[in-house]
Design a protein around this ligand. Structure first.
Ligand code: FAD
Length: 417
């Protein structure tokens, strides 16, 4: 039976009966023996893949298998920056597709994901960054991505709490994307989960994939903590654990897994209505709807699977940001955390067929994949449904590392996100 739609009338009806009539937001079924498609990983990318498989390709006999709770990986741990001001054409295409899908996602999935296109600026604090961001603004103009390079006065106008005359790194300008912004990260996962469940798909939580079964060079199914599940096609969409799943499938991925950390302050009155990234001092900040300052820093300098925060990162990140935002020196920090991100050498993702037939992989979004969730799901669904990549995914094969066709985004991905 389809789920009841959320609407202003539903809210009013439930208010009148003391909210006793809300049904569960998605079903929690036991796994079936066989599916047409199994997706491993109920993060944003896995759920978006399932959603577009159903919406664009009519494939609905789908299970999304998650070892923890849905959205409990990086999707629920990121700092929610959405932008598409990348340098290379394939990146601009997929990130802009994604950004544009965010504009209508609340209506598309009938779930308020709180998309807030408040504007994102990436500060230029060295001459090198000035040249880099001016070049990106020109590239974006050719790609049809609306960005502009702005001077320090405009930066101050857009974000008055910035100190543009910092002692070490004065603000020289910024790359500004007015329709970039943020969205509520959990709601993105919940919205897709609900829409998938509504299409009859099974989202199976607390179920870990422990092995990938193969027959005659093709995928046959997965072994899980809830038993054996057969499938015709398998999608591996597990971010920081992609290398672990690839090993189960018998191939290797050109990835490193590292912890990336973030923190939030105590809530304060509204003081900043844009997102600011400061790559040189290495930190970025926005204000959540609750009033907390959401602050992100860099990734650990060594590979690890430790999904938690550490004190030295807080110190380094906050010390750096205080130069540009002196007012945060008096803020108390509320909590910190970490997520395991999957980094490729060229800082671009992999959406690809694999050496195992009918097994596909979507990973390598590293420190900046939240913004890509809807577009990545669109491209991965196209690849899985057709067996070949469509225009959005064509450049992002895993073979590009062997063939030397890198999509170098190390400048755009610089501080991350
Ligand atoms: C601190 C931090 C800040 C970030 N900030 C931003 C930002 O501002 N903007 C941005 O665009 N991106 C940001 N990112 C990156 C972004 O969060 C990720 O790129 C994106 O969320 C990846 O989504 P995903 O669905 O691929 O992975 P995940 O959400 O991690 O989902 C993968 C899922 O796979 C599951 N899984 C793993 N192994 C198994 C198994 N064996 N069996 C079953 N399930 C399994 C995991 O439990 C997990 O839920 C940030 C990341 C972090 C950590």
């Amino acid at each position: 039976m389809p789920l009841k739609r959320y609407s202003v009338f539903a809210v009013a009806r439930e208010a009148l009966r003391f909210h006793t009539g809300w049904e569960r937001a998605w079903r929690s079924p036991e796994p079936k023996k066989k599916y047409d498609v199994v997706i491993v990983g109920a993060g944003g990318h896995g759920l978006a893949t399932a959603y577009w498989l159903g919406k664009n390709h009519g494939i609905r006999n789908v299970a999304v298998i998650e070892k923890g709770w849905l959205g409990g990986g990086n999707t629920g741990r990121n700092t929610t920056i959405i932008r598409s001001n990348y340098l290379q054409d394939p990146s601009a295409a997929i990130y802009e597709k994604s950004r544009s899908l965010y504009e209508t996602m609340s209506q598309d999935v009938n779930y308020n994901i709180m998309f807030s296109p408040r504007g994102v600026m990436m500060l230029a604090q060295t001459q090198h960054e000035v040249r880099g961001f001016q070049r990106t603004a020109h590239a974006n103009a050719l790609q049809g991505v609306a960005t502009e390079y702005v001077g320090p006065d405009r930066v101050k106008e857009l974000c008055p709490i910035i100190n543009i005359d910092g002692p070490r790194y004065p603000v020289l300008g910024a790359l500004w994307q007015a329709r970039g912004g943020t969205a509520r990260h959990d709601a993105v996962a919940w919205g897709y989960a609900r829409a998938c469940s509504d299409m009859g798909m099974d989202i199976i939580q607390q179920c870990e994939v422990t092995a990938i079964r193969r027959e005659n060079g093709k995928v046959a199914g997965v072994s899980t903590t809830k038993g054996e599940i057969d499938c015709a096609k398998l999608g591996i969409v597990v971010a920081g654990h992609s290398g672990v799943l690839a090993e189960m499938a018998g191939f290797r991925l050109p990835l490193e897994s590292v912890a990336l950390q973030a923190l939030v302050s105590e809530p304060i009155k509204p003081c900043m209505d844009v997102v600011v990234m400061a790559n040189t001092v290495h930190g970025y900040m926005s204000q959540s709807d609750k009033g907390e300052m959401v602050i992100g820093g860099g990734a650990d300098g060594y590979n690890n699977y430790t999904q938690r925060g550490s004190f030295h990162h807080i110190e380094e990140t906050v010390r750096a940001l205080i130069e540009t935002f002196p007012m945060i020196s008096r803020l108390k920090m509320l909590r910190q955390w970490g997520g395991i991100v999957d980094m490729t050498g060229d800082r671009s993702p992999i959406i690809s067929k694999t050496p195992l037939e009918n097994c596909f992989v979507n990973c390598g979004w590293g420190t900046g994949g939240f913004k890509a969730i809807p577009g990545s799901g669109w491209a991965m669904a196209e690849l899985m449904a057709q067996g070949e990549p469509g225009p959005l995914a064509a450049a992002f094969t895993m073979n590009r590392f062997r063939e030397g066709r890198f999509i170098d985004e190390s400048v755009a991905a610089g501080v991350a996100h």
